[in-house]
Design a protein around this ligand. Structure first.
Ligand code: NAD
Ligand code: MG
Length: 385
């Protein structure tokens, strides 16, 4: 039995995680769930999985949730305190970190400090605080399993190999809905266009990140920390079919890859059951049914966000946290219709120009850099709140 806390249980990854859990009641018990504001879905999850503890965003939502539940109720908490309580619950052995954005950093760090293994979907944790998180992972001797499909593929492609024999990590990217759009057309891309991802169904923020290719940029930084490999040796290939989830090239020219039908239940199940495997609910892959697998070089002229991420990780220190914060604000503004699609990367570039990187020694200092990035992005965009 593995006892789980799921941070962000009502999101796309959270729901897929609970599908894997529901298929294997003999293997998992849900100790704690946390959610933002989808109380209706959280209520159903509580009734199905009977956690001991749940946490929501605010005190008002906690009260509303409590009123809506009948029968045996879990302990109901709220805010950061509730997230930390869920992440560090005594019975929990593994935390699934599936909150979106830098909001996931504090509870994920708390889980590691409490000695919990982590299945990490929240890539922003490593983007903003990679060196601190990896140091905590080593000091606390916990396991950090990637849920991001590319990193899960790299992790699988590294199994049984020596790290000194790795030449390059090659992350694949679908290219998103705008793969073949020219610059002028991109400038007029709508929210509906950006949310129309060809291969994956995900939360809104990561879907927009996929359209701008910032998602791949965040993943380059995530890979840099997870696998301790310099970014010069992390390449990106556009692979529109999303069947090859990523690759590792070795010094002898051999390339190991992991393939599968694109479905996050695969990487989630692997992270939950490593080194074993269970039926994950992913459809079998029949390569003979595909019309072909293609690979292209990314175009950073049309998708500058990918280059910005490489620039940020090369600048190091607080720059990736600031870049991530600026991206979160810019994406929010794009989703609310205030700015156009290309203004996302323009805003990030402007905020990065205004930032002088400084070294980060604690999670609190990362949060300060995050706040600076948010504030500056809002100033650049002329937002009042
Ligand atoms: P989502 O928007 O569908 O869900 C996010 C979850 O976090 C929800 O439960 C929401 O209520 C909660 N949440 C949001 N803001 C919060 C806050 N401030 N405090 C507490 N809880 C909050 O997002 P998602 O698509 O499931 O993505 C989650 C994470 O996993 C992201 O970091 C994303 O990059 C990563 N990821 C997602 C996918 C995917 O297929 N969806 C794939 C790879 C990686
Ligand atoms: Mg990914």
């Amino acid at each position: 039995m593995k006892n789980l806390t799921i941070l962000g249980s009502t999101g796309s990854i959270g729901v897929s995680t609970l599908e894997v859990v529901a298929a294997h009641p003999d293997k998992f018990r849900v100790v704690a769930l946390t959610a933002g504001s989808n109380l209706e879905l959280l209520k159903q999850q509580i009734e199905t999985f009977q956690p001991d503890l749940v946490s929501v965003l605010t005190a008002d939502k906690a009260k509303a949730l409590s009123r809506s539940l009948s029968g045996k109720k879990p302990q109901i908490m709220h805010g950061v305190e509730g997230l930390i309580a869920a992440a560090t619950a005594a019975d929990t052995t593994m935390v699934v970190a599936a909150i979106v954005g830098a909001a996931g950093l504090v509870p994920t760090a708390a889980a590691i400090m409490a000695g919990k293994d982590v299945a990490l979907a929240n890539k922003e944790t490593l983007v903003t605080a990679g060196h601190l998180i990896m140091k905590m992972v080593r000091e606390k001797d916990v396991r950090l399993y990637p849920v991001d499909s590319e990193h899960c593929a790299v992790f699988q492609s590294m199994a049984g190999h020596r790290s000194q024999d790795i030449h390059r990590v090659i992350l694949t990217a679908s290219g998103g809905p705008f793969l073949n759009w020219g610059k002028e057309k991109l400038a007029g891309a709508t929210v509906a266009d950006a949310l129309n991802h060809p291969n994956w169904s995900m939360g809104k923020k990561i879907t927009v990140d996929s359209a701008s290719m910032m998602n791949k940029g965040l993943e380059v930084i995530e890979a840099r920390w997870l696998f301790d490999i310099p970014v010069e040796r992390i390449a990106v290939n556009i692979h529109p079919q999303s069947i090859v989830h990523s690759m590792v090239e070795y010094i002898d020219g051999s390339v190991m890859a992991q393939l599968g039908v694109p479905d996050m239940k695969g990487p989630i199940a692997y992270a939950l059951t490593y080194p074993g495997r269970v039926a994950s609910g992913v459809k079998p892959l029949d390569l003979t049914e595909l019309s072909g697998l293609t690979f292209l070089k990314p175009d950073t002229d049309r998708f500058p966000a990918l280059k910005l991420a490489y620039d940020a990780v090369r600048a190091g220190e607080s720059m990736p946290a600031v870049m991530n914060a600026a991206n979160e604000i810019a994406v929010e503004n794009f989703l609310s219709g205030r700015i156009g699609f290309m203004a996302i990367s323009e805003t990030i570039a402007r905020v990065m120009d205004l930032h002088t990187p400084r070294s980060l020694h604690s999670i609190e200092e990362v949060l300060e850099a995050d706040r600076w990035g948010r504030r500056t992005a809002k100033e650049v965009l002329g937002c009042t709140n």
